[in-house]
Design a protein around this ligand. Structure first.
Ligand code: ASP
Ligand code: MG
Length: 440
């Protein structure tokens, strides 16, 4: 059994939804995971922001606008009056539900319930489309089996048990449709796996049922060796290891949600990235045994802040870094990159929500400096410790760009650098030119 996850643009309009039918309608048994239609979750977030701010009228107006977009979708999606009517009833009930939250005091619980509507709608509309075409399928509500624990991590045991039970009810069905992104939390309330979390859903389900393959379908042929938004002539990487994919996803390649690598890696299930616009293209295959290349890809992650701590107390001392790390832990702020000297340490973070509190606490330990608007450039390739000669090529390529931090040796398959975001595009182009011999 395989998992096929289609993202927001792949279900983004009636034509795109119809284009999925030939991709899923074969004799293989599969679970189809769908995101909300592109733009919907953003609109729902705007509505919840307005409700938090007490701006009920504007929230209701946005709700109406979103509803009318869906009315157009229904008009274009179904060909018979019966199904148009069924689609309309479905939309009416979801938007009535959203509207009901404008009438009471707004809480986090309500926010999560509203954000869940995008995936609930897209899966129902799609299932109805299959029904209109007389294609057998079944809708499996993610809220019946997908759950996170108190730390927000997937509750693997619960998920495994419950999805197994749910699947047993539909033994003779080949097409099983479910929602990405949404789940219940440890208290049974509606929750979600955070923005972009549908990939994570696909991978969690794949691991839970020991799928033969987890396919993530988007609108690009797979991981590219550089960011196609900034560099021309990028090439698709056909094979990646789980570790390489995790680094690329984490450090900026938008195609795959970084959390989604873990469940697949732990259960050794291949992940394949495919393009709905070019289904014959093999895409990128992620497995545990991908071939090594000197350089495979470059990715960039913006929105990074660097915090530098300098302290004479660090000299020949032990326990200093522990004190530093404890401060980040207290504010639940993950560290991305770290470099140290005998009397100073530089640390990068991408979540700067608590940066001022962190800096204040760090001042107890030494002199603190902060710089924002930084970018991490990650080069994925063969950086095994016994190798020679890979770093100089990278430094040579970037010899006109100030390098703020260099992280080498932390991972066998990547080297990371910190630069000012203003230098990012130039750095990406130079790396493509020097490492991949691309003409730019
Ligand atoms: N619809 C959700 C979002 O936009 C989840 C996803 O698309 O993966 O974040
Ligand atoms: Mg996505």
């Amino acid at each position: 059994m395989k998992i096929m996850k289609f993202g927001g643009t792949s279900v983004g309009n009636p034509d795109r939804m119809r284009a999925l039918i030939p991709l899923i309608n074969d004799n293989d048994r599969k679970i189809v995971v769908l995101s909300a239609m592109a733009g919907t979750t953003n609109s729902l977030v705007e509505i919840t922001d307005l409700l938090y701010a007490g701006n009920v009228n504007e929230a209701s107006a946005r709700n109406d606008t979103l509803k009318s977009k869906y009315e157009k979708v229904i008009e274009g999606l179904y060909s018979t009056e019966t199904f148009k009517k069924a689609g309309q009833e479905l939309i009416d009930s979801h938007f009535e539900h959203i509207r009901s939250f404008t009438l009471r005091e707004f809480t986090k619980l309500h926010e999560k319930a509203i954000l869940a509507q995008g995936e609930l709608i897209s899966t129902s509309l799609f299932q109805l489309l299959l029904e209109e075409r007389n294609i057998r399928s079944v809708l499996l509500p993610a809220l019946n089996f997908m759950r996170i624990d108190k730390d927000g991590e997937p509750d693997s045991f619960y998920i495994k048990e419950n999805i197994k039970r749910e699947l047993e009810k539909h033994i003779s069905e080949n097409i099983i449709i479910t929602q990405g992104f949404i789940c219940r939390n440890a208290y049974g309330e509606i929750d979600n796996l955070k923005r972009g979390g549908s990939d994570f859903t696909a991978s969690i389900i794949g691991a839970a049922i020991s799928a033969s393959e987890i396919q993530i379908w988007t609108d690009i042929n797979g991981f590219h060796n550089n960011d196609p938004r900034f560099v021309e002539d990028t090439k698709v990487i056909r094979e990646l290891s789980f570790d390489e994919a995790a680094e690329l996803a984490y450090f900026g390649a938008k195609i795959l949600h970084p959390s989604s690598v873990n469940p697949a890696r732990e259960t050794n299930i291949p992940v394949r990235l495919k393009n709905t616009m070019e289904p014959e293209d093999p895409g990128t295959l992620i497995t545990s045994n991908s071939i090594l290349l000197d350089y495979k890809a470059v990715a960039a992650k913006d929105g990074i802040s660097v915090i530098r701590i300098r302290s004479d107390r660090m000299l020949m001392a032990y326990g200093f870094l522990r004190k530093v790390f404890e401060i980040f832990e207290a504010y639940r702020t993950p560290i991305d990159m770290i470099t140290t000297s005998e009397v100073a340490v530089s640390i990068t973070i991408d979540n700067s929500e608590f940066i001022n509190q962190i800096a204040k606490d760090l001042k107890e330990l030494g002199h603190v400096e902060i710089e924002i608007n930084q970018t991490i450039i990650c080069v994925v390739g063969d950086f095994r410790t016994e190798r020679t000669g890979s770093a100089p090529e990278i430094f040579e390529a970037l010899n006109t760009i100030p390098l703020k931090m260099i992280s080498y040796g932390g991972s066998q398959n990547s080297l990371s650098l910190l630069i000012d975001t203003t230098n990012k595009i130039e750095a990406l182009k130079l790396l493509s030119k020097h490492l991949f011999n691309q003409i730019i």
